[in-house]
Design a protein around this ligand. Structure first.
Ligand code: HEC
Ligand code: HEC
Ligand code: HEC
Length: 185
């Protein structure tokens, strides 16, 4: 009897964890692990020839999204919304500001840092399987290994840029994309 109850509990908990992490807009590849922005940019994505993704991202608010939650302004927003924990510890805030808040530690490599907020892999999927140059060079192969390319980019952005955000006013895709665009030249 006891074992039956604990098995049932385990299933319920596992399911809850699954649906919760699904909701946090972090894209999960079948096998890949999150390696962290520093791995992506350290390896390749920083030179002029590659399109300077590092500089663009580092100078964007996405890279600061976790640090934003550590401010007095953020704590006040959380408190006004009725949360009793600081913003940087409130799941309802971390949800859009940080990648992987509810995911199992086994999904991250040691190079990953949540301090990097909304990072490369938030939008492009867990990178451990596609980060190798030989795979990355071939877009189709990279996609098979977990790289995410969004068909409907506006819909993807509004997964976070919506009225659930306490500071949301409006979202214009073209204007907002112009601020963070980082195409390959
Ligand atoms: C995982 C959630 C998430 C997704 C997906 C996301 N963003 Fe953001 N974005 C944020 C957060 C959180 C901030 C605020 C960061 C801060 O100020 O600390 C932000 C801020 C921004 C800013 C700076 C705000 C400003 O007014 O200058 C721009 C520009 C932006 N996002 C563009 C985009 C675009 C374009 C997309 C889609 C390609 C996108 N974002 C997808 C969470 C997200
Ligand atoms: C649905 C996704 C989402 C959730 C949930 C969310 N945020 Fe944000 N947050 C954003 C986005 C996107 C931005 C960029 C500006 C905007 O559109 O609101 C942002 C910006 C901010 C900013 C910077 C505002 C500025 O003007 O620079 C603060 C502070 C902030 N959020 C605090 C919080 C706190 C505190 C919570 C939890 C109570 C929270 N956010 C929950 C998505 C979210
Ligand atoms: C907020 C989401 C978001 C973040 C964060 C982000 N990207 Fe992107 N990235 C996109 C979108 C959307 C596109 C597709 C643009 C298009 O096709 O018009 C893109 C395109 C690219 C491309 C160009 C692909 C091509 O074929 O032209 C590269 C390379 C890239 N991203 C690398 C990175 C790296 C490296 C980082 C981290 C430093 C990063 N991205 C962070 C959303 C993001």
């Amino acid at each position: 009897m006891k074992t039956k109850i604990s098995i049932l509990l385990l299933v319920v908990v596992a399911f809850a964890a699954y649906s919760f992490s699904f909701e946090s807009y972090a894209h999960k590849a079948a096998t890949g692990k999150y390696v962290g922005a520093q791995t992506c940019v350290g390896a390749c994505h920083k030179t002029d020839g590659q399109g300077k993704q590092l500089d663009i991202w580092q100078n964007s608010k996405h890279s600061q999204a976790f640090k934003t939650l550590q401010t007095a302004e953020a704590d006040k927003i959380a408190k006004d919304k009725g949360f009793t924990t600081p913003a940087a510890e409130t799941p309802a805030c971390l949800k859009c500001h940080v990648l992987g808040k509810d995911m199992d530690p086994s999904e991250f490599e040691s190079t990953f840092s949540k301090e990097d907020g909304v990072q490369c892999e938030t939008c492009h999927g867990a990178g451990s399987e596609y980060k190798k140059l030989s795979i990355m060079k071939d877009k189709e192969k990279a996609k098979e290994n977990g790289l995410i390319i969004h068909d409907d980019k506006a819909a993807f952005c509004t997964g976070c840029h919506n009225s659930e955000s306490p500071t949301f006013k409006s979202f214009n895709y073209d204007e907002m994309w112009a601020k963070i665009q980082h195409k390959k030249p």
